[in-house]
Design a protein around this ligand. Structure first.
Ligand code: G6P
Length: 610
């Protein structure tokens, strides 16, 4: 949510800031702005709307200067408008602030500032920072004023501040929202995501919570908020810019769907050994005895990652016979959950920055549990704070609706379940080999589904006018029904619901008529016959049926208007295949409806506010 970039150097700041914002647009895209130190003044340009509009305005009225900060917004306090767009300034326009996060004591701070004579221009919580910092900005340096201001603030922030009085400096600070410092030669950067500055430097310092960076051309100093210096070596980013470009695809989401054969392969790479039927996960940080003694596992996550967690529950219980519970991180964190030393808490997060998931991790650790993080973004906060972890290695995911991260999460959970099953003796070598053989076949099977994208596009065209769609599945494919429905509603704005197929009789069946399309995941698995029964129930009420079926099943043709066939695999791995046509279906329906697939309204890729 919200993207930040700052630059101090000797090149013109404005193109660097705009390019950086474009790379961050996935984080928020309802308004954008820049503040550039131009001579002894701050020049500010901002507006509601996309970054392209801001770039056009800047092209018409360029701002000169080699130091500046910029922001792309996802509104929390206050509607998207020019006024509420960042940067925000103090009344004298001496300092400008861009902010990602939420100031929790915003109302009390604002009330106090107003009582002391401040006049607020906007509805944002960020303006509080501008007033507070200005209040403390007397004879001392900017960093001192920022520190004093931050001591008054509770809540989450990634922050960058510039001042016309100290024109060669940017202050960055973080608590709860990510912030990295990019180290260049004679120039330095601050950003909420390395992607924003990767075209200029690969050397990044990740700030920890309640840390602050003072960036000048000649170097960067890091301290905590009590001004105690912090030693931190830069880390080198190893991935390339090409992976965050569209590479000929119309949308990032399309590219990411199509990358899945490779990303699934990368998630497995070096982690399974066919010969012994075993799995290896180097970052677990847990001795074998601890894995053998595990009494309980709690999986916690949000959104699509939570759906992956549900599949993980089925797999771990199936393969390793350990009781598993799955909970939304936002519920877990406030529920006094029962976890202790005997519980392994698995947190799943593509971005590694989702605030509720991070809070759940901390709550679990406070209760004595060990936390295993399954993350995609290397060096993200959740990855760093977990006691052990498994990276997805799926590469940056830019499309707001998660696709490739989901299939990699399920792949990693399958490997983890296999590892646990083998260590605890609930799976034999033969079982292990069977699972690994099936896993190794998955990437080519996914490719074979992608090769039929055109067929799925034609089917999608026929469903693009609907206002409702129901997704039904059972067992391992119940979470896939949830995920299919989530994909559709996120990007096409069609109301969609996922349900366990048998639950249909307890409510959703009332919705079925000739206008209600129902997507059935009806694979040749242990639930097959039951699902066929549910299909008949829909059919007899004239519902329109789209079935996802196993190749060679010629029964479904009789009842379904359309059938999409999948290659067979072992039951626990079917979700990795069955979700692919549902991703494509949502994608093509959204494109047909003219939606901005990569940046759906009201959504953000990384939810760093509660
Ligand atoms: C947002 C995204 C979803 C994602 C969820 C959890 O809602 O739009 O695609 O599944 O956050 O994100 P995480 O990064 O923790 O997996």
């Amino acid at each position: 949510m919200c993207g930040i970039i700052g630059y101090v150097g000797s090149r013109p700041a404005s193109p660097i800031l705009i390019n950086g914002l474009r790379r961050l647009e996935y984080r928020g895209y309802d308004s954008a702005g820049v503040a550039i130190v131009s001579g002894q003044r701050l020049e500010i340009m901002k507006d509601a709307g996309k970054i392209g509009q801001l770039a056009e305005q800047l092209a018409r009225a360029p701002i000169e200067g080699t130091v500046g900060i910029a922001h792309t917004r996802w509104a929390t306090h206050g509607v998207p408008s020019r006024l509420n767009a960042h940067p925000h300034t103090d009344p004298g326009e001496t300092i400008a602030v861009v902010h990602n996060g939420i100031v929790e004591n915003f109302y009390s701070l604002k009330k106090r500032l107003i009582r002391d004579g401040a006049i607020f221009q906007t509805d944002t919580d960020t303006e509080v920072f501008a007033h507070l910092i200005a209040r403390f900005y007397n004879s001392g340096p900017l960093e001192e004023a920022v520190q004093k201001a931050l001591h008054q603030v509770t809540g989450a922030y990634g922050l960058a501040v510039v001042s016309s009085r100290e024109p060669d400096k940017i202050i960055g600070a973080r608590n709860g929202s990510p912030l990295v410092v990019g180290i260049g030669e004679g120039e330095n950067f601050v950003a909420s995501d390395p992607a924003a500055v990767l075209e200029h430097t690969r050397q990044m310092i990740y700030l920890a919570d309640r840390e602050m960076a003072v960036l000048k051309r000649e170097g960067v100093e890091i301290t905590n908020l009590d001004n105690v210096p912090v030693e931190r070596k830069p880390e080198k980013i190893l991935w390339d810019l090409a992976v965050i470009e569209k590479g000929g695809y119309d949308f990032f989401m399309q590219k990411e769907i199509c990358e899945q054969p490779r990303t699934i392969r990368d998630a497995m790479s070096g982690r399974v050994v066919l010969e012994s039927g075993k799995a290896r996960l180097g970052g677990l940080n847990l001795p074998i005895e601890a894995l053998q003694d595990l009494e309980r596992i709690v999986i916690t996550a949000c959104g699509t990652s939570w759906h992956a967690g549900l599949i993980g529950e089925y797999m771990i219980e199936d393969f390793a016979r350990i009781p598993v519970e799955v909970e939304y991180a936002s519920e877990f964190r406030y529920r006094r959950p029962i976890v202790d030393e005997g519980t392994l808490v698995i947190v799943i997060s593509q971005s590694g920055e989702t605030i509720d998931t991070l809070a759940a991790l901390r709550e679990a650790q406070r209760n004595g549990a060990r936390v295993l993080g399954i993350c995609n973004v290397v060096g993200s906060t959740i990855a760093r704070e977990s006691n052990g972890g498994v990276y997805l290695h799926a590469g940056p995911e830019i499309g707001v609706a998660s696709t490739k991260a989901f299939t990699s999460q399920v792949t990693v959970l399958a490997i983890l379940s296999l590892l646990l099953g083998r260590v605890r003796g609930t799976l034999s070598r033969k079982d292990g080999r069977r699972i690994i053989r099936a896993l190794l076949a998955i990437p080519d099977q996914v490719q074979s589904i992608l090769d039929r994208a055109e067929e799925i596009r034609r089917i999608a065209d026929l469903y693009a006018e609907n206002n409702n769609v129901l997704y039904l599945g059972r067992g391992y494919n119940f979470p896939v029904a949830l995920e299919g429905a989530l994909k559709l509603k996120e990007i096409s704005y069609i109301h969609a619901e996922g349900y366990p197929a048998a639950e249909m009789k307890h409510g959703p069946i009332a919705l079925i008529d000739r206008n209600m399309p129902v997507v059935f995941i009806a694979l040749r698995d242990s639930a097959y016959e039951k699902v066929i029964g549910n299909i008949q129930e829909v059919k007899s009420r004239q519902g329109r049926i789209l079935a996802i079926a196993t190749e060679g099943d010629d029964l479904l043709d009789k009842w379904a208007e359309h059938v999409i066939y999948l290659p067979p695999t072992i039951e626990p791995l079917t979700p990795i295949l069955s979700v692919i046509p549902l991703q494509l279906l949502a994608y093509y329906i959204a494109v047909k409806r003219g939606c901005n697939v990569d940046q759906p309204r009201n959504l953000a890729k990384s939810v760093t506010v509660e």
